[in-house]
Design a protein around this ligand. Structure first.
Ligand code: PLP
Length: 639
């Protein structure tokens, strides 16, 4: 295939244009056919499965787009990689303690995900972190492994503590991490009442600051954790209650998605100072919990910018283990069991949001006539002349002139001096000027600042069959960048620059921030739609935080969720298929009763029959459509 300038275009060009090999981290690739593939290693071999084949399989099974696809192999891969990387760092540094990962349930609470982590992770004694009673209940029912940890963060009431003490009694390694001084009283009281000794941790507020979006979680003003004064007070109260031996863990969490490895090192270093002094104070400790923060490189840029990271997982592990080893080597304090609570880096890769494009609003002129009609408005003549005179020496001037004449035409239209068809012609000429300008820009040595945003101003709008608010809430809430790209046609050069609008009627419901080789851009290269053929896009790395933060904006509900597993033969199996919300489901979430709605509509229709305005047969058709809708998907369905 050739691009519009006649260069041949291959999957290598697509791979570099969309950065697949950068953000894909070896889990995603391109096939010869120009389709995105999932790469699943199996005993030294690896299999590539085309996402388009998975989509075809989904549609055969009646799952219309949009679908959230989970790839179980990638979840397993990430847990293995995390645990093996720490194990390797521990060997290298001759560290005397062990590593115990815990998965923070809040990052993806879906039953199937937590089940898989608990099951697959058991070979590494991978545990769970709970920040609420509901999450503790999940953790207690899923972990039977006495070597694995359950870490309880968050505000804890008496019932929370009772649940955790019961877990303790059953032999589970369940730690209460004290976040505020008042929690200690409740723990001591409940433990006395039930006669069960707790495992206690303290959460520290470190002075170390991190870069990135979670800047505020770190430093003096962070919301969680004990200040030094409160820490000393907790120590004294524990000693007084003769419970200091229960203080077996020290915890901190300085934010999620920490892009700079230096911040991670600084955090560990500071934490070690506390660790040493707490042990000298007589606390046994033995567990050092570094919280989350291990970042995902969403842009693939390998920098210390918010959506990226400037370190590998291996470096992360080595830096942590090395820093602790150095900090403790001058004391005779034993190396602690190392805990991290990596959520994002564990689950982000395993989910992909798949949707189809329903329509495109091309921001192109419809072509221009050979000549203007006789005696047209002077401004239209001027616009025409501007277009004719456009060349690479007068781009800026022509764009300014064109804008001026178009504004004239709009003004005269408002005043009734210009008719609809003349205005349409003017708008078309104006777009033509901008478009030709955009094509000439690359030949300029210096691009005038006013013209730098032309791509954005001329971006085509692709309408995607999904809700940003339901499926990509962080894109809306914190301007999170996710890799987005077509999952097929990658042997063809994309000819358009686009933004993507979702199905909601909200002007915020759009994707207009993307990563590319030069950093962030406002438009995404996409292909023209083909008649009679679906165009599918994927949003990648969406496994962390997106699923339950989503909301019912415009009453678009949960999408279908399908888990696949790729086996040793390179075949894939749909291991779990969860139907998305029906319209009836989402209506009942906002307190409507679907049966009552149907009954109300039936009465309307029946009244119409009696008054003679519709026939009984028409009534039946209407009721059938109404009832099918109530039981149908909330997203756009093709006939
Ligand atoms: C959110 C959270 C995490 C998870 O952080 P990631 O950056 O997603 O790994 C871990 N620990 C605590 C206490 C948290 O609040």
């Amino acid at each position: 295939m050739n691009d519009h300038q006649g260069h041949s275009w291959s999957i290598v060009d697509s791979a570099s244009l969309y950065g697949v090999n950068d953000w894909g981290a070896g889990y995603f690739g391109l096939s010869e056919k120009g389709e995105i593939t999932v790469i699943a290693p199996h005993n030294g071999r690896s299999h590539q499965i085309s996402l388009l084949d998975i989509v075809a399989g989904l549609e055969q099974r009646g799952h219309a787009m949009p679908v959230l696809l989970r790839i179980e192999n990638l979840l397993d891969q990430r847990i293995t990689y995390l645990n093996e990387s720490f194990a390797e760092a521990i060997r290298q540094m001759n560290y005397q303690g062990e590593y115990r990962g815990v998965f923070p349930i809040k990052v993806n609470q879906q039953c199937h995900v937590v089940e898989e982590i608990a099951k697959f992770g058991s070979q590494y004694h991978h545990g769970l972190e709970a920040g609420s009673k509901a999450e503790l209940i999940i953790a207690m029912s899923h972990l039977q492994d006495r070597e694995a940890c359950i870490i309880c963060n968050g505000y804890k009431d008496a019932e929370f503590i009772q649940l955790g003490l019961h877990a303790r009694k059953l032999g589970l390694k369940c730690f209460f991490v004290i976040e505020t001084p008042s929690e200690l009283g409740i723990i001591l009281e409940q433990s006395k009442r039930l006669g069960i000794e707790p495992l206690i941790g303290v959460r520290l507020k470190l002075a170390a600051k991190v870069e990135g979006h979670w800047f505020e979680d770190s430093g003096d003003r962070s919301l969680f954790g004990l200040t030094v004064t409160q820490l000393v007070d907790v120590l004294d109260r524990l000693r007084e209650a003769e419970m200091l031996h229960c203080l077996q863990l020290m915890h901190y969490h300085i934010g999620s998605q920490i892009p700079n490895i230096r911040n991670i090192r600084d955090g560990v270093q500071e934490a070690c100072r506390y660790y040493v002094d707490l042990v000298k104070e007589g606390a046994p400790l033995g567990h050092l919990d570094l919280g989350g923060g291990l970042a995902v490189d969403y842009t693939g840029a390998r920098t210390n910018e918010t959506h990226s990271k400037n370190y590998s997982l291996e470096e992360y592990c080595v830096d942590i283990v090395e820093t602790i080893t150095e900090a403790l080597n001058n004391s005779d304090i034993p190396h602690p069991t190392l805990i991290t609570e990596s959520g994002r880096a564990t689950v982000a890769y395993s989910s992909v949001l798949l949707f189809n494009i329903l329509d495109v609003s091309y921001f192109k002129s419809n072509g221009i006539p050979d000549q203007l009609p006789e005696d047209c408005t002077e401004s239209l003549d001027n616009l025409w002349a501007t277009l004719q005179s456009l060349n690479d020496t007068n781009l800026q001037e022509c764009c300014n002139d064109a804008a001026h004449y178009r504004e004239d035409m709009r003004r005269m239209f408002r005043q009734g001096q210009v008719q609809l068809r003349e205005l349409a012609l003017a708008e078309n000429l104006y777009l033509e000027v901008l478009q030709r300008t955009r094509l000439l820009l690359p030949s300029l040595r210096r691009i005038p600042p006013e013209l730098a945003n032309l791509d954005e101003a001329l971006a085509d709008i692709y309408y995607g069959n999904f809700s940003l608010f339901q499926s990509l809430p962080d894109s809306w809430a914190i301007d999170q960048i996710f890799p987005v790209m077509p999952i097929h046609r990658l042997t063809e050069a994309p000819t358009n620059k686009a933004i993507i609008a979702d199905l909601t009627c909200d002007s915020d419901g759009k994707l207009d921030l993307f990563a590319n080789a030069d950093g962030e851009t406002r438009t995404l290269p996409l292909h023209d739609l083909k008649e009679g053929e679906e165009y599918y896009l994927g949003v990648f790395l969406v496994g962390a935080y997106q699923e339950t933060l989503g909301d019912l904006h415009n009453l678009f509900g949960d999408t279908h969720v399908v888990s696949v597993r790729i086996d040793g033969e390179g075949q894939f199996e749909f291991v779990e298929e969860i139907q998305g919300d029906t319209i009836g489901d989402v209506l009942s979430y906002v307190e409507y009763n679907p049966k009552e709605l149907y009954e109300k509509f039936r009465i309307c229709a029946e009244t119409a029959v009696r008054s003679g305005s519709i026939s009984v047969a028409e009534r039946q058709r209407m009721l059938k459509t109404f009832s099918n809708s109530l039981n149908g998907y909330t997203y756009f369905e093709r006939d």
